[in-house]
Design a protein around this ligand. Structure first.
Ligand code: MG
Length: 237
């Protein structure tokens, strides 16, 4: 899990570094594919349920599952990169929203709050707590800024499969859900909208947009519960 996470995290960092005006989504996808395969891993998303690429690239009002195309990134875009890698039978899964050049203060705040909401959830990711403690911490934090917490898509267990039980919602009640135990691996991934939580799926059957056309941000790491100090496999130093 550590090795797979390191490769996924490295791929996320690479993709983030490529988010510059004029770079196409497919340029990023090709470089991420090369990075993951160079590290003797396989891109977890490629052909997953028919997904055609190695990275989900979701721009501006796209929440998740954006399919890379020839579209070039523009100054002012916010770009959510979501990438997974499978190494020696285990997956790492992570995401981050990054700015292309200068972005609005509104967009910066959404990105920061989304990232911080993950870390608010992480504070509760301790052995003996309940899953709902994580979910509640994420949702409560994001909602305190008036943002919409996406509820149609949630985080998940991760390990030998990319998506395993339990579902990890970004909202919920503390003290509810399964009890966290050592070794439980979770992909914790707040998806936060600047406007309402409502979303719809594009005709391409993948791309998830905000219903009101406002911005959305995403932040994710693979986290292994271990006592009071969870292991984050996908953050690379
Ligand atoms: Mg995930």
């Amino acid at each position: 899990m550590r090795e797979a996470g390191k490769i996924a995290g490295g791929a996320r960092a690479l993709a983030a570094s490529l988010c510059k005006p004029g770079v196409s989504m497919l340029d990023i996808d090709r470089k991420v594919y090369a990075y993951i395969t160079h590290h003797k891993a396989t891109p977890s998303f490629l052909n997953y349920g028919g997904f055609p690429n190695s990275v989900c690239i979701s721009i501006n009002d796209v929440v998740i599952h954006g399919i890379p195309s020839e579209r070039k990134l523009k100054e002012g875009d916010i770009v959510s990169i979501d990438v997974g890698a499978k190494f020696k039978g285990f997956h790492g899964d992570c995401a981050e929203t990054v700015a292309v050049g200068e972005i609005s203060d509104e967009a910066k705040k959404l990105i920061e709050v989304t990232k911080q909401s993950f870390f608010e959830g992480l504070k509760m990711a301790k052995t003996g707590n309940r899953l709902g403690d994580i979910s509640n911490a994420i949702g409560t934090y994001a909602e305190s800024f008036g943002y919409g917490v996406v509820d149609k898509y949630v985080g998940h267990g991760v390990g030998r499969e990319l998506h395993e039980d339990p579902p990890v919602p970004n909202f919920g009640r503390p003290g509810r859900g399964i009890r966290l135990r050592d070794g439980l691996a979770l992909a914790i991934e707040p998806m936060i909208n600047a406007g309402t939580r409502d979303v719809y799926v594009d005709d391409d059957k993948w791309t998830v947009h905000t219903a009101d056309g406002k911005l959305s941000a995403h932040y994710e790491n693979t986290v292994v519960i271990m006592g009071d100090e969870p292991i984050i496999t996908t953050i690379v130093e």
